[in-house]
Ligand binder design. Structure first.
Ligand code: XBP
Ligand code: MG
Length: 260
């Protein structure tokens, strides 16, 4: 039996993982920006799910534009329209968040507090814009967000977004940790791919847009973190499991000796 390195840090994704932000937050903000700029683009709930395969709001809009009007999307000025749309979209998203439109997923606040109290480092690795992360943390956690995360890796801080592992590598370097000491918590296939490529184990909490997605290679695969009144369901090490994901339980699973 060989002992695993100790668990030292939890690295959280944001959209879909800390909160269900996509359908009623980002999507609505994109549509408001499109309307404001006189575009007839509209992303309904179902088509937005498919567009999530492209991470990053600017990248997602350009991908969509190339599909509906490739010539215009390649014309001079296309990049500045994308930038303008994205500025507007970010303003709409932050307004929605500040108005209280989005809540943390069940169990998130509890696990963050337990992990902090257990001495684990907390970090964020997300493709979304830093302003959006700050607004969400402030609106949902208030002053409890102050100093909670040792490091926040977000948006264009790295040149390539998930599924590229650049954001996770950036966070690891900031934390001063090895991949084998950290656990990533994610909700999406590009997030899993990025975390695995960075060499980290990943706990998936499926969300509204990833309820049926393929998560081959996930270390733990659940439908959420669970709360006592509504336990999470899924698989741990390939075996069915149901319960509440506590920091102490994560540590026990993570450090459990592997069979030789
Ligand atoms: C999800 C994303 C983001 C948001 C939009 O990020 O792909 O692009 O949909 O945010 P994650 P921006 O799951 O990594 O948190 O418009 O600010 O890019
Ligand atoms: Mg996500």
């Amino acid at each position: 039996m060989s002992r695993r390195p100790a668990l030292r840090a939890l690295v959280f994704d944001v959209d879909g993982t800390l909160a269900e932000t996509e359908r009623d937050g980002h999507r609505v903000a994109f549509n408001r920006a499109f309307a404001q700029c006189g575009l007839d683009w509209h992303w309904d709930e179902a088509s937005y799910g498919a567009l999530l395969a492209v991470t990053g709001g600017k990248e997602r809009m350009l991908h969509y534009w190339r599909g509906v009007d490739p010539q215009a999307a390649a014309a001079p000025g296309a990049a500045s329209l994308i930038a303008e749309l994205h500025r507007r979209k970010t303003r709409h998203y932050v307004e929605l968040v500040q108005a209280g439109a989005l809540a943390l997923r069940p169990g998130v606040r509890r696990l963050l507090e337990q992990a902090r109290d257990a001495g684990l480092q907390l970090a964020i690795a997300t493709t979304t814009t830093p302003h959006n992360v700050e607004a969400l943390l402030r609106a949902t956690l208030g002053d409890a967000a102050n100093g909670l995360f040792a490091c926040i890796g977000a948006g264009d801080i790295v040149p390539r977004k998930k599924p590229d592992p650049a954001i996770h590598a950036w966070v690891l370097a900031r934390l001063g940790r090895q991949p084998a000491e950290c656990l990533v918590i994610e909700d999406s296939p590009p997030g899993l791919q990025a975390a695995r490529a960075a060499g980290m184990r990943t706990l998936i909490t499926r969300g509204v847009y990833s309820a049926d997605a393929c998560f081959d290679g996930a270390w733990v695969l659940l439908d959420g973190l669970g709360e006592p009144a509504r336990p999470a369901r899924g698989e741990v090490g390939g075996a069915p499991w149901s319960g509440v994901v506590e920091a102490a339980r994560l540590r026990e699973w993570f450090e459990r000796p592997a069979a030789a």
